[in-house]
Each structure stands twice: as structure tokens, then as C-alpha cells.
Design a protein around this ligand. Structure first.
Ligand SMILES: Nc1nc2c(ncn2[C@@H]2O[C@H](COP(=O)(O)OP(=O)(O)OP(=O)(O)O)[C@@H](O)[C@H]2O)c(=O)[nH]1
Ligand SMILES: [Mg+2]
Length: 368
């Protein structure tokens, strides 16, 4: 099915998604032409400003939220799925954002994905999974919803709230953690919109078909990142991009199959442009897998870089060994809960800190 144009509708689900789109609406992000918050909680929707409010499932939830029950979320959206179908008409991209773990968003997101598949649109989901401190039940519901969603659509960017721990100390108030998670979701959504959007004065624009093709690849996962630097310090720009908690880290970026970048800078000379590309290639190790668009702003005094990092998996079907046993491909995974960290962690001397010191230095107990 052909995508009709590159206009974007932005949809926030539940309380988390509703707040997020309200915040984004205040910043007038072009060319998002439509912004809506969708929930079954009427009082919450009424508290929002500057966005269209789509109230769903009033027959089933008495205009309240879904009380953490995804089944209620699913039923609530099924009743009113046409509200969303009508809302996204005339737009080619639909960005859906929200937090998984409770009722409405967790139940509704799969139904919305299913419906969007029948329309000539490219849907992209930016969804957070709960902090561990919210409890195992939230996590379980979120993971189940993500699994179902990934089976239906491939354009899912998952932001694990646990990544926020890596930026904070143990005595950080919880409210602060949620604020950081808000920022991560906003940065992620903004990065995505930056990449998709096509501005009339883009000097080298990203080819729309490249973005769409990258987003619709099978067997892949993706991360989003955003970096910024003062002036034209391109090394700082690349480092800031790598250090953004959403990027997946340096190892992840370097092992990406393709990277789609949108660079916004003051007007650059040709040698500065080359310096910039060289810096990105060097930091991301991405010479043959880079799709890059340039947007120059004559009076800007900083550079920013938004990126979609795509990693394709080898076939997950596995192959059979000589005794007929199925052997699955090994996929490198990060260790611990900070899923965005590289799978191997090294100390300053380059030692793998996952290996206990006595084993690494080959010290035997007899010697001690
Ligand atoms: N970043 C951020 N995340 C939030 C916020 N509120 C909730 N979340 C996250 O989003 C998940 C879902 O919460 P809500 O959006 O309140 O849930 P809902 O989809 O409205 O579900 P019900 O209220 O049960 O119908 C939570 O488990 C949190 O991880 C917020 O203000 N900021
Ligand atoms: Mg709610």
C-alpha cells in the first residue's frame, strides 16, 4: 500500500502519552499537522490543552481510566477505533507515543496497530516500559504488550525507563526519574519527527523512500538518539549523540545495519561539511550505512543531530546441527537491567569488568 504523503499525525495514549503530546504541541513542531490525546479517562483529557481529545470507551469505563487493566483498554479502544481512523486521514505517517505498564495504553496499542495496518500510512510507535520500581506486574504487562505489538508491526521504538538510572545517583527522588523519562520520550519523539519531516529549505533532504524502507524492514530493532553541540564541535556532537540514553550506546551504534541521520547546523563550508561527516564516520563506524540529510539554519549557533539507528537480525529460524538439533543464532545482549549499555563493559584499562578480577588476573586461591 502506498503512503499518501509525508505529513505526520501524532497520537498520545493514556496519561503518559497525553502529557507528552501536550508538551510537544506547545513547541509547535512542524510539520506535525494533527495532534491528539486518546484515553478513556475524560477528566484527564479535559485537563489537557492545545490538543484534540479523543475520548474512547465511555460505555465501558464510565469515563474513568482503565485502572491498570489492559483488557479494559483493549475493549475501550475497540468501541471507538473509528475516531482514530478518521483522525489520521490525509496523513502519511502516524507517530503513536505512550507508556506501557498500566491499562489503557497497554491494551489499546495492539488494536490501534492492527487498524493502522489497513490504512495507507506508516505507523511508528515510541513506547516506554516501566521502571523496575513500579513493580513486576507492570513490567510483565508491558513486555507482553510489546511482544504482541512487535508481532504485528516492525516500527516500534522502545524506551526502557530503567535507562534513567544510569544518569542518576541512588538518592534521586522518583519524581526526578519520571522527569528524565519525560525528557527521553520527548527527545525520542522529536528525533523521529526531525528525521521524517521534510522542510522546504532542506539542503540535502533525506529521501523519503529510504526512511520508509528502513522503517519497514523485517527482523530488526531500532533506537533513536539526539545529540547537540555548541558551535561546530563535531566530535562533541557525535559524543553527545552516543551518550544520549536512548542511543543504545557506542557498541550498538557501531554494529547498526543502517543509520538515518538528520543534521541541523549553521551554514557550513564544504571543508566543514567533510570534517563533520568524517567525525560521524569515525565515531559511529558507519561509512557504508549512513543516510544523512542536512538542514542549514543561517543564524544557528549550535548543531544538532537526530538519528534512527537500525539493526537487522540474522534469521531467527536457526539451523539444525548434525544430530538434527535446532541451534539458534546467538544475539549479543546487554547484561543487567540497563539494556542500553554495551554488552561488554570495560574499565579504563580495557579489562572486561564482567569477569571477576581474580579470574581475569588468573590468581589462584593457593597463591593468596
Ligand atoms: N515519563 C513518564 N512516564 C509516565 C508518566 N505517567 C505514567 N508514566 C509511565 O507510563 C506507564 C503507564 O501509565 P499511564 O499512562 O498513567 O497509564 P494509562 O495508559 O493511562 O492506563 P490506565 O490509567 O490504567 O487506564 C506507567 O507505568 C509509567 O511507567 C509520566 O508523567 N511521565
Ligand atoms: Mg490513565
Amino acid at each position: 500500500m502506498k503512503i499518501i504523503n509525508n505529513k505526520i499525525s501524532l497520537i498520545g495514549l493514556g496519561k503518559c502519552g497525553g502529557r507528552l503530546v501536550e508538551n510537544l504541541a506547545k513547541t509547535h513542531i512542524t510539520p506535525v499537522i494533527k495532534i491528539a490525546a486518546v484515553d478513556s479517562d475524560t477528566a484527564f483529557l479535559n485537563s489537557l490543552e492545545g490538543v484534540k481529545k479523543l475520548n474512547t470507551g465511555s460505555q465501558r469505563t464510565e469515563n474513568l481510566g482503565c485502572g491498570g487493566n489492559p483488557e479494559r483498554g483493549k475493549k475501550a479502544i475497540r468501541d471507538d477505533i473509528n475516531l482514530i481512523r478518521n483522525f489520521v486521514q490525509d496523513t502519511g505517517f502516524v507517530v503513536v507515543v505512550g507508556g506501557l505498564g498500566k491499562g489503557f495504553t497497554t491494551g489499546a496499542v495492539g488494536e490501534i496497530a492492527q487498524m493502522l495496518k489497513t490504512l495507507p500510512v506508516m505507523p511508528i510507535f515510541v513506547l516506554s516500559t516501566p521502571f523496575d520500581i513500579e513493580g513486576g506486574l507492570f513490567r510483565e504487562k508491558a513486555e507482553k504488550a510489546l511482544e504482541n505489538l512487535n508481532a504485528k508491526v516492525k516500527n516500534v521504538v522502545n524506551i526502557s525507563n530503567n535507562l534513567m538510572y544510569s544518569q542518576t545517583s541512588a538518592d534521586t527522588p522518583i519524581t526526578e526519574l519520571f522527569k528524565l523519562a519525560d525528557k527521553a520520550l520527548i527527545d525520542g519523539t522529536r528525533a523521529l519527527i526531525d528525521i521524517i519531516k521534510h522542510e522546504p529549505n532542506d539542503t540535502i533532504s533525506l529521501d523519503f523512500s529510504v526512511i520508509a524502507a528502513n522503517l519497514s524492514r523485517r527482523q530488526r530493532e531500532c533506537a533513536l538518539s539526539y545529540g547537540i553541540c555548541e558551535g561546530k564541535d563535531f566530535d562533541q556532537l557525535a559524543e553527545s549523540f552516543i551518550n544520549c540514553p536512548l542511543s543504545g550506546g557506542e557498541t550498538y551504534i557501531k554494529s547498526a545495519t543502517s543509520i538515518v541521520l538528520k543534521l541541523t547546523t549553521p551554514i557550513l563550508t564544504s571543508s566543514e561539511t567533510k570534517k563533520c561527516i568524517d567525525a560521524l564516520n569515525q565515531h559511529f563506524d558507519c561509512e557504508n550505512k549512513l543516510n544523512i540529510g542536512f538542514h542549514f539554519e543561517s543564524n544557528a549557533n549550535k548543531c544538532s543531530l537526530s538519528g534512527l539507528i537500525i539493526k537487522e537480525h540474522e534469521s531467527r529460524n536457526g539451523s539444525r546441527n548434525s544430530s538434527g538439533q535446532l541451534e539458534l543464532d546467538l544475539i549479543e545482549r546487554s547484561r543487567g537491567i540497563f539494556t542500553g549499555l554495551p554488552a561488554k563493559m570495560h574499565d579504563k584499562e580495557g579489562y572486561d569488568i564482567n569477569i571477576p578480577t581474580f579470574q581475569r588476573l588468573e590468581i589462584s586461591l593457593e597463591e593468596v
